[in-house]
Design a binder for this molecule. Structure first.
Ligand SMILES: [Zn+2]
Length: 329
């Protein structure tokens, strides 16, 4: 999962009319009383293989498909079947079952809040929403986590809770308002984590060449040389909201998310930067930081850590989404 809008509200899952055709003939993957989820697969070759299964660009998918006027293929699939793939793609299937169950409930809630009948599709199958790639990507443990939590969702004030998650928070989750602007709902305002210390991303060190930074920020520098690089405007979780580039002529401030994208999201795994050294004699700066990803919402490595202390899925979710309650759809 990549970036999340603050979507709340009881939004009915939209569906396509053919789903309501003669019940004897209904595809089992889209035959629940709820209309199917619509996942945009995009351009490609699609053909039905039988009831409830089709082939798209060489991969097998559950449900059926329809075509948008522009030719894009949309997978019509019930949410539980969709989640079989999502849980495994978004969290290692070897992780403890209660962490996988927490992931399943979070992913289910996300997609229910996201579905919008006014649009041509509900979600895309990438990190922009949630990663989904059909039957080949399912695992036994992923399916078991979905089945054990079937229909369970998180609510806030009677609506689907806004959901976000990322790999490792580095010790404190991020306030969604600080990350993306606006006023964050109460369940996305950041909490102390302390459960993700086993993650290889909990702490990291990066050595960046000033010459590479000069290329990344060529537009801002306009030929001037960098003589300093620093994190600035630190938010409540410890993350930088801006970076400053110092040159002979002054200091330029660059929004942190844009700076991370320019530098590379793997080169700079998160915005939780603890220190940046002055330029070294070899033309580098050394950055020490923690975490991987935006840090908002569920810390997945933290879920793993809590699960290893026998915390239940609901205990995990109430830690990272305070104020939410569980409900059954
Ligand atoms: Zn964490």
């Amino acid at each position: 999962m990549h970036r999340r809008a603050f979507l709340t509200g009881l939004v009915a899952i939209s569906g396509a009319a053919p789903v309501w055709a003669a019940m004897d003939d209904v595809d089992p993957a889209v035959s629940s009383i709820k209309p199917a989820l619509r996942v945009l697969l995009g351009r490609g070759q699609a053909s039905m293989l039988g009831p409830g299964e089709f082939l798209f660009n060489g991969r097998h998918y559950r449900g059926s498909f329809s075509l948008l006027p522009n030719g894009d293929v949309v997978n019509l699939v019930d949410i539980e079947s969709y989640l079989y793939s999502v849980v495994t793609r978004e969290m290692p299937p070897s992780w403890p079952i209660s962490a996988l169950q927490a992931q399943a409930i979070a992913a289910r809630t996300y997609v229910l809040a996201r579905s919008n009948p006014q649009r041509a599709y509900d979600v895309v199958p990438s990190e922009i929403d949630q990663v989904y790639s059909g039957i080949e990507s399912e695992t036994e443990s992923g399916r078991a986590a979905v089945s054990a939590t079937a229909g369970d969702v998180l609510q806030l004030d009677g609506h689907f809770a806004s959901i976000a998650y990322s790999s490792c928070c580095g010790g404190h989750t991020e306030n969604a308002g600080d990350a993306w602007g606006g006023r964050a709902p109460v369940n996305l305002r950041g909490v102390v984590c302390g459960h993700c210390t086993d993650s290889p991303w909990y702490r990291w060190t990066r050595t960046l060449r000033l010459a590479d930074l000069a290329v990344a920020f060529a537009a801002e520098l306009q030929g001037e040389a960098i003589i300093g690089f620093a994190a600035s405007d630190i938010d409540r979780s410890g993350r930088a909201r801006a970076f400053s580039l110092q040159t002979e002529r002054g200091v330029r401030s660059i929004p942190a998310t844009r700076a991370r994208a320019r530098i590379g999201t793997r080169v700079l795994p998160s915005l939780l930067v603890h220190s940046i050294s002055p330029p070294q004699a070899d033309g580098t700066v050394v950055i020490e930081g923690g975490g991987l990803g935006h840090g908002v919402g569920l810390c997945q490595w933290g879920a793993r850590g809590l699960a290893r202390t026998n915390a239940s899925a609901l205990a995990i979710l109430s830690w990272y989404f305070p104020g939410t309650t569980t409900a059954h759809e």
